[in-house]
Design a protein around this ligand. Structure first.
Ligand SMILES: NC(=O)c1ccc[n+]([C@@H]2O[C@H](COP(=O)([O-])OP(=O)(O)OC[C@H]3O[C@@H](n4cnc5c(N)ncnc54)[C@H](O)[C@@H]3O)[C@@H](O)[C@H]2O)c1
Ligand SMILES: O=C(O)[C@H](O)COP(=O)(O)O
Length: 417
């Protein structure tokens, strides 16, 4: 766990006068833009990711940032983003964002934990059939005018074993779908998970690799999953088995996979995610897996369906709006979760501070010295920050807000009126 590096206290509330500025990157669905525009926000929507240096430059004056899996948000980019209120990750993974730095800069991160999971599960199931029938290779041959009608090496999926690594939202849905095709489903997870249908958990990764005709990865990118499928694990797979990775590119050792395919130890692979991916659609792409037989390569499209993207757009825009308008942090992945009902006729102060003893005492002293009446006050803390939502009489709220922002422990304070 790295040590938090708090930014210098701003000594002023975040200005939310005038329309809030929103920057949406990576072709985020128009549904998000429409919802945010309808609130009077100024929305800029770009089709590709930005490199960290450019992001840092363009974040100045931006209140809300929307990204997907390609935009890396390092601490450097947050340093000068004084007005940034929140980040929306319009996807599941949040490994591309420095979550600790975001938290200590007072910036909650919201994602969409479920909305594209069905799309991934459907694509992986299709790939199981495509790989076992070598459909891509046969199709490529016919496109090239070659007629090669063969049954050798082609199989039904009925009765075959699907091994799922990571039995979370995607893995468990995939298991149910695979059983409908008559597959036997095994899974390996570091957590105890309820087996759905007839699926069965196995105690170790090796046990799963030894029994599966298809191995599919559905784990998050984290230190413990980094290169979890390396030469040893690939060698432990059944001869002729196929590997599918639609999780994160860091999970599979690509040179080792290429070698296992070239040596014909594995019968095929479908790969959707790569250790390094291009920022946008106009960039070129090279991987060692290109040109290998029975290898399906897709450009990180597991969650890219119209249904999933429209739903993610609405889901994350809703979280951002609830945070901007009422300070709700429910679902934020790096922040204490607080949601307080709106008190009509009051002004709401939203404050993020360093979690050190005595901050609430200092804040309440300010309120008391200014003779303000508190209508509601909710505080929640985590190891690094405290998050306070407080409803006050309207006549003194601005003075209270200025005074709280002047505290040594202040990270980010604003008023919603
Ligand atoms: N290709 C795409 O477009 C696409 C789309 C959506 C999600 N994803 C990726 O898929 C990942 C999984 O998504 P999800 O919604 O199923 O996540 P989830 O959090 O619901 O499930 C992940 C599961 O992995 C398990 N796990 C963690 N470490 C493990 C380990 N070392 N070994 C075995 N199991 C482990 C967890 O306990 C959990 O059950 C996401 O984190 C994201 O990176 C990719
Ligand atoms: O984390 C995710 O949800 C997936 O990897 C999809 O990412 P994308 O929205 O960048 O396609």
């Amino acid at each position: 766990m790295s040590t938090p590096r708090f930014p210098p206290s701003p000594r002023r509330p975040v200005s939310t006068q005038g329309p809030l500025r929103v920057m949406l990157l990576e072709n985020i669905h128009a549904s998000a833009q429409e919802m945010l525009k309808a609130e009077g926000f100024e929305v800029e929507r770009l089709s590709a990711a930005l490199k960290p240096e450019e992001l840092a430059e363009r974040l100045k004056g931006v209140h809300l940032l929307g990204i997907r899996s390609k935009t890396t948000v390092p601490e450097e980019a947050l340093k000068y983003a004084d007005d940034l209120l929140a980040i929306g990750a319009f996807c599941i993974g949040t490994n591309q964002i420095d979550l600790l730095a975001s938290s200590v800069h007072g910036v909650p991160v919201f994602n969409a934990p479920f909305s594209n999971t069905r799309s991934v599960a459907e694509m992986v199931l299709a790939e199981v059939v495509v790989l076992t029938r070598q459909l891509f290779d046969r199709s490529r041959e016919v496109h090239a005018g070659q007629w090669r009608k063969v049954a050798t090496g082609s199989h039904e999926v009925r009765g075959k074993t699907l091994g799922i690594i990571g039995y979370g939202h995607i893995g468990s849905q995939l298991g149910v779908l695979a059983e409908s095709l008559g597959m036997r489903v095994l899974y390996y997870d570091v957590m105890t998970k309820l087996p759905l249908g007839n699926s069965r958990s196995v105690p170790t990764l090796n046990a799963l690799l030894a029994e599966s005709d298809f191995v599919t990865l559905h784990v998050p990118a984290m230190a413990s999953t980094h290169l979890m499928m390396g030469p040893e694990q690939l060698a432990a797979m059944k001869p002729g088995a196929c590997l599918i990775n639609a999780s994160r590119g860091t999970v599979v050792d690509i040179p080792a996979l290429a070698q296992a395919l070239r040596s014909k130890h594995l019968g095929g692979a479908a790969v959707d995610v790569y250790p390094e991916e291009p920022e946008g659609n106009s960039d070129g792409f090279v991987t060692e897996l290109q040109g290998l037989p029975n290898v399906v390569l897709t450009p990180h499209i597991g969650g890219s369906t119209e249904e999933a993207q429209a739903s993610i757009g609405k889901e994350v825009a809703t979280s951002l709006l609830k945070f901007v308008k009422g300070g709700a942090t429910t679902g934020a992945v790096n922040f204490p979760n607080v949601e307080a009902p709106i008190n009509p006729g009051t002004h709401r102060i939203i404050n993020v501070h360093r979690n050190t003893p005595g901050v609430l005492r200092d804040i309440n002293r300010i309120v008391s010295d200014l003779n303000a009446n508190i209508h509601a006050q909710v505080l929640s803390t985590d190891a690094n920050v405290g998050y306070l939502v407080m409803d006050l009489d309207q006549d003194v709220s601005r003075q209270v807000c200025e005074a709280i922002a002047g505290l040594e422990t202040d990270i980010k304070t604003r008023i919603v009126s």
